[in-house]
Design a protein around this ligand. Structure first.
Ligand SMILES: Cc1ncc(COP(=O)(O)O)c(C=O)c1O
Length: 441
């Protein structure tokens, strides 16, 4: 840690260090922690350590945690909703809000458009995409809805496909699409525990038994249990059959370390306010160069040559300061290291899930091999799958054990409790959950 800057806020540190079951730092480290700067550059990641080894280094992650203001009184394991801004990002956001609120239209009319393009290009670079392939939106929902609504290549009687692990709102959009475009909806069921090969086989079987399949929704990381799909392989099999793919990366970017080119998809929607840690209200739409023809411009917009991705979105007046803060969020994300975050979150998941799998009264859901599991996971009491039963369980965890989680619906096998740690969650906090799970017997 840099010892030069003293902008670290003592009150925030105390708040962090007294929160729930927290990290324990040695006194000398606490003194050092006071000197943490409010800039990403002050976070020093040890060199020559693999992400998997660093994932287990509680003292490193304790230092990462000091960049976040953490609430007291509850072990919060529901970070799948949106991500917390680190303090450097929050500071930039407050400054940007102040600037916009001072300059008003003089700034927005003259400079915002270029700043918006710069932020989008920063996202494109971080994703491994080209300038012009990424447009900022307000969230992944706006991105995916635009792709689905503006898809223009159906013939009556063709088929659209989605699965039970897709995001509930997008399943509804697929049903709406089927009705409004005179195409048939097909829902494929993914088992509650699955590995990469089983998932790929299921998709290929679905492709082969639906020869009129034209468009599919494909989720990279499922919102219910963090299952990771073999997107590139499924997309490859789809392409071979002329099936178009809209990929939902709302939950995956930042939870997992990947580049867009790894996924082999032409169209995808992202969030920056989940695992990249931007202010709430920023998503992104990716469209590969040369892939625009089948997605019409936003109603009323024109793009005769089908080359302008930004014509697929019409966000209108937006949270200018949130857009302006995107580069700081990406810098902070990269200063920890996407591979380090991915490995740490998987490690925290493995800490509770490995123990829970040994408990006959608990059913752990999600990936059954390493590639299919992520930092996000889920469980339920064996055989208790109704919304009422799982809601009861969520309440017990919160009220009896001080662990906050969320109930997820939508899986064909029933409801579950989703568990989502963040990079500032300690192994000790995960142990609070594991101990609670034992007592649920
Ligand atoms: C897999 C998945 N897709 C889409 C969304 C929608 O994200 P947003 O509400 O930010 O648009 C979520 C949100 O949790 C999600 O988990």
């Amino acid at each position: 840690m840099s010892s030069e800057s003293s902008s670290f806020n003592r009150r925030s540190m105390l708040k962090t260090l007294t929160a729930g079951a927290v990290y324990s730092l040695a006194a000398s480290e606490l003194v050092q922690a006071k000197s943490l700067a409010n800039t990403p550059a002050s976070l020093q990641v040890p060199k020559g350590v693999t992400p998997e080894a660093l994932a287990k280094d509680e003292s490193f992650w304790a230092k990462v945690a000091l960049f976040y203001d953490k609430a007291e009184g509850i072990v919060n394991l529901e970070h799948g909703y949106w991500g917390k801004m680190s303090r450097p990002v929050q500071t930039a956001y407050l400054e940007n809000t102040e600037m916009v609120n001072t300059q008003l239209s003089y700034y927005a009319r003259k400079e915002y458009n270029q700043d918006l393009v710069d932020s989008a290009n920063k996202v494109a670079a971080a994703l491994g995409a080209n300038d012009g392939e990424v447009v900022l939106t307000r969230n992944a929902t706006e991105s995916i809805h635009n792709l689905l609504r503006q898809y223009n290549d159906f013939k009556p009687g063709e088929t659209v496909l989605f699965t039970d692990i897709d995001y509930p709102s997008f399943k509804e959009t697929m049903q709406w699409l089927a009705k409004s475009r005179d195409v048939e909806p097909v829902e494929v069921i993914i088992p509650p525990q699955a590995n990469q090969q089983q998932i790929l086989d299921l998709y290929i079987r679905a492709f082969d038994s639906n020869p009129k399949l034209k468009l599919m929704l494909l989720t990279h990381a499922s919102n219910q249990h963090g299952l990771i799909l073999p997107v590139a392989k499924i997309a490859d099999a789809a392409k071979q059959r002329g099936i178009d793919v809209v990929c939902d990366c709302a939950q995956s970017w930042g939870l997992l370390d990947f580049k867009i080119t790894d996924l082999n998809v032409d169209w995808a929607g992202f969030n920056l306010h989940k695992w990249i840690g931007s202010p709430v209200g920023v998503g992104a739409l990716y469209m590969k160069q040369g892939s625009l023809t089948k997605i019409s411009p936003y109603p009323g917009e024109t793009d005769p040559d089908n080359t302008l991705t930004y014509k697929r979105v019409h966000t209108a007046t937006t949270n200018f300061a949130a857009t302006l803060t995107v580069p700081t969020a990406i810098d902070f994300h990269q200063s920890i290291g996407p591979a380090n975050k991915d490995a740490r979150l998987r490690y925290l998941h493995s800490l509770w899930a490995t123990e829970a799998k040994k408990m006959p009264h608990i059913e752990v859901l999600g990936g059954s091999d390493a590639e299919s599991a992520s930092g996000m996971g889920a469980f339920r009491l064996t055989g208790k799958t109704s919304f009422e039963e799982v809601t009861q369980l969520q309440k017990r965890l919160e009220n009896e054990f001080g662990v906050f989680t969320v109930v997820r619906k939508g899986l064909a096998s029933g409801c579950c409790i989703r568990v989502t740690p963040q990079v500032f969650v300690s192994a000790a906090e995960i142990a609070t959950l594991t101990n609670a799970l034992r007592k649920l017997a």
